[in-house]
Design a protein around this ligand. Sequence first.
Ligand SMILES: *[C@@H]1O[C@H](CO)[C@@H](O)[C@H](O)[C@H]1NC(C)=O
Ligand SMILES: *[C@@H]1O[C@H](CO)[C@@H](O)[C@H](O)[C@H]1NC(C)=O
Length: 116
Amino acid sequence: MAKMSVGIADNLLLSVIRAWDTTGLVDGDFKPERPRIFVAPAMNSAMWHQPVTRQNLSILRDQWGWSPANPEGWVTVLPPIEKSLACGDVGSGGMMDWRDIVRQIEEHLNLSKNQA
Ligand SMILES: *[C@@H]1O[C@H](CO)[C@@H](O)[C@H](O)[C@H]1NC(C)=O
Ligand SMILES: *[C@@H]1O[C@H](CO)[C@@H](O)[C@H](O)[C@H]1NC(C)=O
């Protein structure tokens, strides 16, 4: 999240994100909808509540985040949940349940069975 928010591209994933067509300038003619990046953070509770994480999150969610009020947005942050974390603590910072992540992506891609 921190690297994404400042545009660092030092691995394949971050390079793909850095090359994302955030304006539709490149892909606009043949993609009906701007592609979306789903971010599902997972970290220790202390990291999640760290002020710099809040700043990074604010970029992804409040500036780049898609919402009905910001249809130009290209990021969806799937907030972490409270659960038993890998470090042994119980607290917020656990990745959203993978089934819920799949459901959100299915809904975005109009693949969910609920939509006819
Ligand atoms: C995100 O976090 C990094 C440190 O991890 C910090 O250098 C950077 O300024 C933060 N980005 C924003 C936009 O606040
Ligand atoms: C999903 O369906 C809605 C409503 O028909 C449409 O506006 C949207 O572009 C579709 N999303 C994708 C990713 O095709």
